[in-house]
Design a protein around this ligand. Structure first.
Ligand code: NAD
Length: 499
């Protein structure tokens, strides 16, 4: 069985800590590789090497840095099938979904090719007599990104592409559950012309993350993962004086108004609820139909659609709707939450318990579940399930539906399905959630906008990708310049003001 090494100074190196994790093929349940968990010494080495490589990279013109990203896009397209197959094998998602994971990362890389424009500073001619003033965006130095299992290509690219385009060196600590694709991406960056040491990949668990958070050589931390860890990393990173942005978990509601096209709404709910086995931070996990009639008609439409979902391994091809969960522990957690839903009185309309796939009995598959008459006090409502489970919470009115979504602790994404423009507009204005879809179930903004939630779904001031990423990965320096011809004789002791 192979070891997926760290990627330091341009090459894969085995771990030296003696601590390892197992990497599974979730479809078969078999361990396929081991991943080393970095020690504090290995983290210190990664930061040192990155620190040595960063000044020359920062000194490379933005246009030349952008050209590396341009070359990288071509290599991603060349290796798309290889990357997608590897991603599906370690994560479990279907091949088309794996390609989407890579594609949405690639689009952020394309946006970052515009770095020369995005890094342009500001200039004021003659701000005072003989005085010019200009500001520039400079890289922070060595920065790090800690990323989750559910998008092992997209989220690493969301992090390292803008950071590198700005002239930083980047240390990626990907999820230990599907770590191969992040290393392949780093290899492709070097093939594209990135100097070695500028992009490092270290694997690991809390020990590696704590070492990164405490290291004086790390200037900024970008995290994506579950809310408890996001909160912890935000607090630790800020206390250590670093720039930090952390994106956490979600519970995304879709409000279905009585005037909505219910077939469209049902299709949207099935796609957004069960795609990637529900392992998406933008998955819709709660449907909120408004009015009993709407609810009855919606559940009636959902039932056959959910029952007919095809669950299987990525190798079965296009006929599969979703694959296994990432680990046996994830499967067991989801099934325990389903049991709690039944015990707490929710109506299990589609029961996926006991699902088993011939030839893949050891795989981490979970059948599709649909709950009706869920209340906001139940655990299946309060917890982020992160599995193929859709809950229906019935609301009496639009105001009640809005209130349910607003009272939820999470604020990542939401959607409303309606034909009424007034209602849609009111919803978009009043809802306290960061990303809103109007008849769009998964409103993930494109690369040139920014991505980020509110409430317990995000910690920090700036969003991911788009212009915010260039703000996060740079700091502004402002220069006030006057040349001898503009300087008057004599010392000025008053605080300077413009005359
Ligand atoms: P996770 O929090 O378990 O892990 C995320 C990262 O943190 C991994 O690299 C992991 O190694 C590390 N980590 C885990 N425990 C740690 C600890 N105690 N101390 C320090 N580091 C630790 O999340 P996950 O299960 O990999 O990903 C799923 C979660 O991510 C879901 O909650 C999902 O909603 C969320 N997510 C959020 C967004 C977003 O943009 N808001 C995007 C994708 C996923």
């Amino acid at each position: 069985m192979g070891e997926i090494g760290h990627f330091l100074n341009g090459e894969r190196v085995p771990g030296t800590s003696g601590r390892y994790g197992d990497v599974f093929n979730p479809a078969t349940g078999q361990v396929e590789a081991t991943v080393p968990f970095a020690s504090r010494d290995e983290i210190a080495l990664a930061v040192r090497q990155a620190g040595q490589a960063q000044p020359a990279w920062a000194g490379t013109s933005p246009q030349r840095r952008a050209r590396v990203l341009m070359e990288f896009v071509g290599l991603l397209q060349r290796d798309m099938d290889k990357l997608a197959t590897c991603l599906s094998r370690e994560h479990g998602k279907t091949l088309p979904d794996a390609r989407g994971d890579i594609q949405r990362g690639l689009e952020v890389v394309e946006f970052c090719i515009g770095a020369p424009h995005l890094l342009k500073g500001e200039y004021t001619d003659s701000a005072g007599r003989g005085i010019d003033m200009y500001s520039m965006r400079q890289p922070l130095g060595v920065v790090t990104g800690i990323t989750p299992f559910n998008f092992p290509a997209m989220i690493p690219m969301w992090k390292f592409a803008p950071a590198l385009a700005c002239g930083n060196a980047f240390i990626l600590k990907p999820s230990e559950r599907d770590p191969t694709v992040p290393v392949m991406l780093a290899e492709l960056m070097v093939e594209a012309g990135l100097p070695t040491g500028v992009l490092q990949v270290v694997h690991g668990d809390k020990i590696a993350v704590d070492a990164l958070l405490e290291h004086d050589g790390v200037q900024a931390v970008g995290f994506v993962g579950s809310t408890p860890i996001a909160e912890f990393i935000y607090a630790q990173g800020c206390a250590a004086g670093k720039r930090v942005q952390c994106f956490g978990g979600a519970k995304n509601h879709m409000i279905v108004m009585p005037d909505a096209d219910l077939d469209q709404a049902a299709d949207a709910l099935v796609g957004a609820g069960f795609g990637a086995a529900g392992e998406r931070c933008m998955a819709i996990s709660v449907a909120v139909p408004v009015g009993e009639q709407t609810a009855d008609a919606l559940v009636e439409r959902l039932l056959p659609r959910v029952e007919s979902l095809q669950v299987g391994p990525y190798t079965a091809g296009e006929s599969i709707d979703y694959g296994p969960l990432v680990t046996g522990a994830a499967r067991d957690r989801v099934l325990a939450l389903v049991e709690s839903g039944v015990e707490q009185g929710a109506e299990l309309v589609v029961d996926g318990r006991g699902f088993s796939l011939q030839g893949y009995e050891e795989g981490f598959f979970v059948g599709p579940h649909l709950f009706d008459r869920v209340t906001t006090s139940m655990d299946i409502y309060k917890e982020e399930i992160f599995g193929p489970v859709l809950s229906t919470v019935r609301a009496k009115s639009y105001e009640q539906a809005l209130g349910i979504a607003m009272d939820n602790q999470y604020g990542n994404g939401t959607a409303i399905f309606t034909r009424d423009g007034d209602t849609a507009r009111d919803f978009a204005h009043r809802i306290n959630i960061g990303m809103v879809g109007v008849n769009v179930p998964i409103p993930v903004p494109l690369a040139y906008h920014t991505f980020g939630g509110w409430k317990k779904s995000a910690f920090g001031d700036l969003n991911q990708h788009g212009p915010d990423a260039f703000r996060f990965y740079t700091r502004t320096k402002t220069v006030t310049a006057r040349w001898p011809s503009g300087i008057r004789e004599g010392a000025v002791l008053n605080f300077p003001t413009i005359e």
